[in-house]
Each structure stands twice: as structure tokens, then as C-alpha cells.
Design a protein around this ligand. Structure first.
Ligand code: CA
Length: 525
């Protein structure tokens, strides 16, 4: 009897202890199961220069690794092809008219007090950091750690703003220094035993395209073919006629291509150390000499500028790709690759001579598209191709879902998880994309526009300095050279796309666009 009493007396607490232990173990397991996340976010890096996307211009072995070992999103687009607003989309999963950041103009500031992915992840126990190019004017909020370039940053010996708000110069090449700081932070996280979320923000491949010392001249032996649209005359496309972003007119010989650049006193080069200065001087004195041979002939000069632009741009991309490889190698060596989601994306695409251009902004394919690759061995089969129409605003909800964090209803993007799981709800995935570009007139005189892209068509409404509709059949005219908005045979298609565009503007609550479109649909055809 007494035995029974003793057993009984201790049995309940023991059971509670067991249940408690199981719960603790389950909680620990749940936390363990949350994946680490590394987002490598570059600037102005065009799909046309990534070999995983079929580029013939160069090889990008590190980015290609993500395609081989994970998923490549072959139809990946942005909501607005411009730098800072795209970073706001990454953080919020919302269009610019919701995040408040619609353009890069001076005085436009990102409100860091709003809901952002790093805050939602941190609330579930994530360690969060942003290292590198930030470009949102206000300082980061909601990251436990940040270390950012002021504004656009510099390619050599860049300044960084630290969390004490001190701006300090760090010796070295920007992509390497950003990666060094990122690896330092990652090494600390391994010890902390918490899931982490890190954004590595690259300056590359933003203008003015300067590679690391070891990549100078990497493509000097290559003569690049001119894109088929290089000498586009912009017939029937007023915004394209009026832009100021051409290689011929806009690209600067000294600032962009370093012809006769002052490496001793020029403001961009004052921060170089002596070995860097000597190597840049030597390399670009050869460039200046080759310029002297072509400068008298207008077409020869334009094509020379194109060749020089690509050589610098691609070499800069090569320096960045090598550093992306360092991050992947670190994750391997730390045994973290299996449980870490790695994303590679750019803030938008870029023109590499198509339509005679550099820069971005337009809703045309080269700038509206952006690279997007994602590796997560536990969830994504190696070599997965995702063909659906996805957007940069889908990244935040996708990462939240993979992290087991509920996706707030006001996020406008959609989780892409069903797309590689090939679930039945793939059929309900969006069939059209909504786009809104605002920044005008500075710096490149690209008229503001609103548009819709489906698998087959693209309809664009330019507004502001003038109003014009453009319509492209992407099936028969993938390079968007023939504006068929005025073709009588296209009237029905155009009218239906106009209504679909208006509906998208309503669905995404872009009130300014709704008003503009309603007015235009009454007054213009
Ligand atoms: Ca950019």
C-alpha cells in the first residue's frame, strides 16, 4: 500500500516531466527545422550575362551552381525596374505605391518602421543581417546587424556605415570586402545555434563597372556580336525615341569607360592605393589608346563603346561571381548547405546593348526580367526549372513560408513554393504581371508607364510628358520592335488587355494608376 502511494505520488510529476521534455524536444526540433536563409542581391545584373540563363557572353560558375543544385526561375520579373524601389519590394513583398518607395529621386525615403521580412523572421527567433549595398537612404531597421555602403558605394576601398553610425573606409575590392564581412557574420551565427537570415547586397554590376584587379582584361580577347536590335530606330515608340540612356549618346567616355580618366585626382579614384592606381592607369591607358583609333568615325566609336562597356561590365560580374562562389564554399565547409536556402537575385535587369542601350527602367524584357535562382536541397530538386510568371515581390512570402512564418495578408506577392512542388494550385498561379515605372525626367528621360505582361502580350501605357499605348506580341516579336497598338486587327486584344490592366491596378490598389487608366480609356484609343 505504502509502495503504491509512493509510486502514485511520484508518478504524476514524472509524467509531467516526460511531457515537458517531449515538448521541449519538439520545440527545439521545430526551431532546428527552420532553414537558414542567405539572399545574395546584386545590382543591375542582366540575365543576358548569366550562363545558367543561356548567356553566350560569359560563364558564371557560382551562380550556375545554384541552378544545377536548385531552381532557376526562367520567367522572373520586377514590379518596377529601378534600384532602391526594388530593395523595398524585397523587404516588404509589396509594390512601391504600398511600400512608399516608387523611385530613386532625392528626398524619397524608405519608411523603415513598416512591416518587413527581417522583422517577421526575427520574431520567430531568426538572427538577421544586411551587409553591403543598401541604397534606401534611411538606415536599416529590424536587423540585429547591418553594415552598409553609403548610397551607391565605391568599387575600391569602399566606405561602410556601421551600427554606431560611423562611416569607415575598408581596404580592398567592394565585392570581396562585402563577402569578407558576410562570412565573418556567418561564422558567428554557426556558434549561436539559431537560424539566420542574411542579405548580401552587392554593388556589382552597377555603373561604372570596375572589376577587381585580377579580372581586368578578362574579356579583352573577345569581340562581342552586336545585339540584333543595337541600331533600333525606335519607329512607332515615342518613349524609346525620347530616352537618354543610349550607348551612343548617353554613355560617357571618361566617367563610364575611363577614357583619359584622371586616376590621380579624379573624385572616383582619389581613394585608390598606389598598386591599385598603377594597375588601373596601365590598363585604361591601353583603352584610351584604342579609343584614339576609332574616335573620328561615329559608328565605329559607338561600337567601340559597346565593346568596352561589355568588357568592363562582364569582368565586374566575374569578380562578383567569384565572391558568390566563396559564400557557397563556406556553406559547404561549415556543413550548412543542406539546411540553408540560398537565393541569387538582382534588383532588376539591364540592357547590354539591346535597342542601343545600357541602364534599365523600361518595361521591355531586358530590364523587366531579373535573375532569380534558389537552392534549398531539402525542398527543391536539383536542376528544377520554374517557368511560371514570378516577381520580385514573391520572394518575401516564399521565404516566410519556408521558414514556417505566417505570411501577413497585406503582402502582395505570392509564395512560389507550390511552383516547384508542382501542386495542383499551380493552375491558379497568376497569368499576368502588373508593372509601374515612375521616375521622370531625371536621370534618363524614360517616360513613366504602367503595363501588363501575359505569356503572349505586353501592353504599356506611357503617361506624363505624353500619352501613348504600346502593344507587343511577344510570340512573334520577342525583342519588342513592332508596336501593334494601332493595328485594327489587334483592337479586340488591345481592349481586353486594357481592361485586364485596369483590373490589376484595382486589385493591387494602385489608385494613381486606376485614375490615369480610367481617364486614358475614355480619351485615347
Ligand atoms: Ca539596380
Amino acid at each position: 500500500m505504502s509502495n503504491f502511494v509512493i509510486q502514485h505520488r511520484y508518478a504524476m510529476p514524472f509524467r509531467k516531466l516526460i511531457v515537458g521534455c517531449v515538448l521541449l524536444a519538439a520545440t527545439a526540433q521545430a526551431q532546428q527545422k527552420r532553414p537558414n536563409i542567405v539572399v545574395i542581391f546584386s545590382d543591375d545584373h542582366a540575365q543576358q550575362s548569366i550562363s545558367a540563363y543561356g548567356s553566350k557572353l560569359m560563364q558564371t560558375p557560382a551562380i550556375d551552381r545554384l541552378a544545377k543544385e536548385g531552381a532557376l526561375f526562367s520567367n522572373s520579373f520586377v514590379t518596377n525596374s529601378i534600384c532602391a524601389p526594388s530593395r523595398a519590394v524585397l523587404l516588404t513583398g509589396k509594390y512601391g505605391h504600398k511600400s512608399g518607395l516608387i523611385d530613386n529621386s532625392a528626398g524619397r525615403r524608405f519608411d523603415g518602421s513598416q512591416q518587413q521580412i527581417q522583422k517577421l523572421l526575427a520574431a520567430q527567433g531568426y538572427q538577421t543581417a544586411w551587409i553591403g549595398k543598401w541604397h534606401l537612404q534611411t538606415l536599416p531597421q529590424g536587423f540585429q546587424h547591418w553594415h552598409i555602403l553609403p548610397d551607391q558605394g565605391h568599387y575600391y576601398n569602399p566606405d561602410f556605415i556601421n551600427m554606431n553610425n560611423d562611416t569607415l573606409r575598408h581596404e580592398g575590392y567592394v565585392s570581396t570586402v562585402i563577402t569578407d564581412f558576410s562570412l565573418d557574420w556567418l561564422r558567428q551565427q554557426t556558434a549561436a545555434d539559431k537560424p539566420f537570415f542574411l542579405v548580401i547586397g552587392h554593388k556589382a554590376t552597377h555603373r561604372t563597372w570596375i572589376p577587381d584587379l585580377q579580372e581586368f582584361g578578362a574579356y579583352d580577347s573577345v569581340q562581342f556580336d552586336l545585339p540584333a536590335t543595337f541600331y533600333d530606330g525606335y519607329t512607332g515608340r515615342r518613349a524609346a525615341q525620347e530616352q537618354d540612356m543610349s550607348i551612343k549618346q548617353t554613355m560617357l567616355l571618361d566617367y563610364d569607360l575611363k577614357v583619359n580618366a584622371d586616376f590621380d585626382k579624379g573624385w572616383m579614384y582619389r581613394r585608390l592605393n598606389e598598386p591599385q592606381r598603377q594597375q588601373l592607369k596601365k590598363y585604361y591607358s591601353g583603352v584610351t589608346a584604342s579609343y584614339e583609333k576609332v574616335k573620328a568615325d561615329s559608328n565605329k566609336l559607338t561600337e567601340w563603346k559597346y565593346q568596352r562597356y561589355l568588357k568592363d561590365y562582364l569582368a565586374t560580374a566575374k569578380s562578383m561571381d567569384r565572391n558568390i562562389g566563396r559564400v557557397l564554399n563556406y556553406l559547404d565547409s561549415a556543413g550548412l548547405s543542406n539546411e540553408t536556402i540560398v537565393v541569387y537575385a538582382s534588383d532588376q535587369g539591364f540592357y547590354l546593348g539591346e535597342h542601343g542601350w545600357f541602364d534599365k527602367r523600361f518595361m521591355y524584357e531586358e530590364s523587366m526580367r531579373t535573375p532569380l535562382l534558389m537552392r534549398y536541397p531539402k525542398h527543391i530538386q536539383p536542376g528544377t526549372q520554374v517557368p511560371q510568371l514570378v516577381m520580385n515581390m514573391d520572394l518575401a512570402p516564399t521565404l516566410l513560408q519556408l521558414a514556417g512564418v505566417p505570411v501577413p495578408a497585406d503582402i502582395q506577392g505570392k509564395s512560389m513554393v507550390p511552383l516547384w512542388q508542382k501542386k495542383s494550385d499551380t493552375n491558379t498561379w497568376r497569368s499576368s504581371l502588373y508593372y509601374h515605372y515612375y521616375e521622370y525626367p531625371e536621370p534618363h528621360r524614360v517616360a513613366p508607364h504602367i503595363g501588363i505582361r501575359t505569356a503572349q502580350y505586353k501592353l504599356i501605357f506611357f503617361y506624363g510628358p505624353f500619352e501613348q499605348w504600346e502593344l507587343y506580341d511577344l510570340g512573334s516579336d520577342p525583342s519588342e520592335m513592332k508596336n501593334i497598338a494601332q493595328l485594327p486587327a489587334m483592337a479586340t486584344v488591345k481592349a481586353s488587355l486594357q481592361q485586364a490592366l485596369l483590373q490589376l491596378a484595382r486589385d493591387y490598389e494602385d489608385k494613381e494608376a486606376v485614375q490615369l487608366l480610367q481617364k486614358a480609356l475614355v480619351t485615347t484609343k
